[in-house]
Ligand binder design. Structure first.
Ligand SMILES: NC(=O)c1ccc[n+]([C@@H]2O[C@H](COP(=O)([O-])OP(=O)(O)OC[C@H]3O[C@@H](n4cnc5c(N)ncnc54)[C@H](O)[C@@H]3O)[C@@H](O)[C@H]2O)c1
Length: 335
């Protein structure tokens, strides 16, 4: 198949790209490297079935020149850093809402298009109202990011009616794994366990999260290419449905690395005095996030297989081998 993959230099996108290559698909990757990294894709640069196009999905002129003989669009490009969305909320709206509109408009020009896949997020639910959030739970985003992601689902409904092909929105929980980008809780724990030999948990670390490994996500994307889905808009939670507290996560990393876990009462919006790295505790963080993945199992035959402790160990080992990619850590260790 010929697949257009946006955000293919990013964490999730580059993992999907590897699978597409293994399956022998022809892939056009579009990325502006805003948060994507050349290290994620350099092994693929000489592959003759892949075309890398440096460009911005906000640039309509650029999009109008993309090849249109595409079978599948897989849209992962987005702005998703929560700290950035607090300071520059307009960026979430432009990158995620206008960028997605541009990609859906482009879909109208592709006569062979069979499938449009896009990344939504658990952020559409906001603070949980049930123990396991299902796709039918109320939508009540907590961040502008969640608003922008829910808007993409509303757009998908309109465009799927017009194009009469399946549009698949994936409400990812917290995806982790190799190439996860730096600055997220797990990567910070791993980094601090290596540089500072200690991990600092803000407060009691009782916030609940649902961690799903990127390898499981990639397996889902392989399934999506092989399924005959009905035309229309389909939404799936993509999650482990397993609850992990931030404190439990810290202890998993501590066990692997042999370092200590400290608890610090940091006020929201303030930095840690122990770490002294200038990173603030997020204001208004979600207390609970755990999604029901039974719809994906029922309709797609997918459920995750990777147990979090195994996935964290694999990410830790990858991180240690790839220290160079994290320039902050590299400079602290070697200069
Ligand atoms: N990682 C998660 O836990 C998670 C959770 C929920 C949803 N998602 C969604 O999954 C998708 C991928 O996330 P990720 O974790 O791989 O993030 P990422 O930042 O690693 O990947 C996003 C990619 O999009 C590219 N990009 C951003 N703006 C662009 C633009 N205007 N034009 C072209 N390229 C652009 C970036 O350079 C990057 O390569 C995003 O849509 C995100 O909202 C991720």
């Amino acid at each position: 198949m010929k697949i257009l993959l946006t955000g293919g230099a990013g964490f999730i996108g580059s993992n999907i790209l590897d699978m597409y290559v293994k399956q022998g698909h022809e892939v056009i990757v579009v990325d502006n490297f805003r948060s994507g990294r050349i290290e994620n894709i350099y092994r693929r640069l000489k592959d003759k079935h892949i075309q890398f196009i440096f460009g911005d999905i906000l640039d309509e002129n650029f999009i109008s020149k993309l090849p249109t003989d595409i079978d599948v669009i897989n849209h992962h490009a987005a702005q998703l850093e929560i700290t950035r969305c607090i300071d520059f909320p307009q960026e979430d709206i432009t990158s995620n809402l206008i960028g997605t509109t541009n990609m859906m408009e482009f879909a109208k020009k592709c006569p062979k298009l069979k499938l449009f896949i896009y990344a939504s997020s658990a952020a559409v639910y906001g603070q949980a109202k049930s123990e396991l959030q299902s796709e039918d739970d109320p939508i009540d985003p907590h961040w502008i990011y969640g608003v922008s992601k829910y808007s993409t689902e509303l757009l998908a409904k309109i465009y799927s009616d017009q194009l009469r092909i399946p549009f698949i929105g994936l409400r990812y929980s917290i995806i982790y794994g190799i190439r996860e980008w730096f600055g997220r809780v797990l990567t910070l724990f791993i980094k601090n366990s290596i540089i500072r030999r200690k991990i600092v948990v803000f407060g009691e670390g009782s916030e609940v999260r649902d961690y799903c490994n990127v390898e499981d996500v990639v397996r889902l994307h392989a399934i999506l290419l092989s399924k005959e889905l009905k035309p229309g808009s389909h939404i799936f939670n993509v999650s482990s449905s397993q609850k992990t507290t931030i404190s439990e996560l810290a202890h998993m990393v501590a066990k692997i690395s042999g370092c200590r876990v400290l608890y610090e009462d940091v006020k929201e919006g303030k930095p840690s005095k122990i770490l002294n790295d200038g990173r603030i505790r997020l204001p208004g963080n979600l207390l609970y996030l755990c999604q029901d993945n039974t719809k994906a199992w029922r309709e797609l035959g997918w459920r995750p297989k990777i147990w979090i402790a195994d996935g964290v160990k694999k990410e830790f080992d990858w991180y240690k081998k790839n220290l160079k990619i994290d320039r902050e850590l590299w400079s602290k260790l070697f200069y």
